[in-house]
Design a protein around this ligand. Sequence first.
Ligand code: SF4
Length: 368
Amino acid sequence: MRRFFKNVPDKDWLSYEWQIRNRIRTLDELKAFIKLTPEEEEGIRRTRGLYPMAITPYYLSLIDPDDPNDPVRLQAIPRVVEVDEKVQAKGEPDALREEGQIPGLTHRYPDRVLMVVTTFCAVYCRHCMRKRIFSQGERSLTKAEIDRIIDYIKQHEEVRDVLISGGDPLSMSLEKIEYILKRLREIKHVEIIRFGTRLPVLAPQRFFDNRLLDILERYSPIWINTHFNHPKEITDLSAEAVDRLLRIGIPVNNQAVLLKGVNDDPDTMLELSRKLLRIKVKPQYLFHCDPIKGAVHFRTTVDKGLEIINYMRGRISGMGIPTYAVDLPGGKGKVPLLPEYIVSRMGNTFLFRSFSGEIVEYTIDEVA
Ligand code: SF4
């Protein structure tokens, strides 16, 4: 769908560079496409410099301009609530304590590290857990900064898995992407490399560049975590981007965030999972929204998350049910949350609640 951009030729519309060059960054540019609400107009003015706006023409074209509560609109267009002091006092810039001694590196779990390699994103999502880096301007780590992280990983043989994130790491130059992959692959104990990228959602044209695909394939095995939050975001172009990744052997998993007004509804999440499976993306996680300064207004209750997971069970195969998880404050890690399926227990005899709500007694003994 190409709402607002019908006259743009295919060669431009399908070009990632064109999408990035033509990002909508100012109030006046946006007003040319969408009649904004007063809350949005003031939001764009007051978040400037702190939580800037950028929207690719592709992502903008997914918005229904007549719906002020459109789920893509809520994720892309700033609103004044982001800087409302009373609301935002409930959030912290770095609630997950990612910032450490070495810029761009977080080493929380023994076997894994996180590299935050750039502050650049095609779209600045209003709910982003790393909103704190938006105001730093658009920059990527230098080679010297990357080398410092690589040296750390080299010295820590327990690190088997490296998650490269940002910002959007696949927005970096091909040269820098290849540099990081090459250096990581020189380290024998690094087995898994993952990219956290939202480009399949925000600018899927990125994956129409065979030079990028060649690089990713060369340094296999590589996994991609992406971030579809709403079924509207699954389009022919995003499906094609995923397909191109799958064809070069890169699995794509989805990590959605539970966002009030966007996807905090059982039917919406069920539809999202169905559409993800149709394009062969595994719905891996549904994260409870973290208490991030500038994004706390997207938080809903844990009961809502549990209700959604409970609703999905019995309506879609287990493959389509994400793990609902909350990140503990202070960087203490993720905890999976499940609806209560064990009602009571006496020894090995359980009362289970089935997906339809039926209570079933079942004794499970070990067979010697
Ligand atoms: S693409 Fe990811 S890192 Fe960038 S703003 Fe959106 S959620 Fe945050």
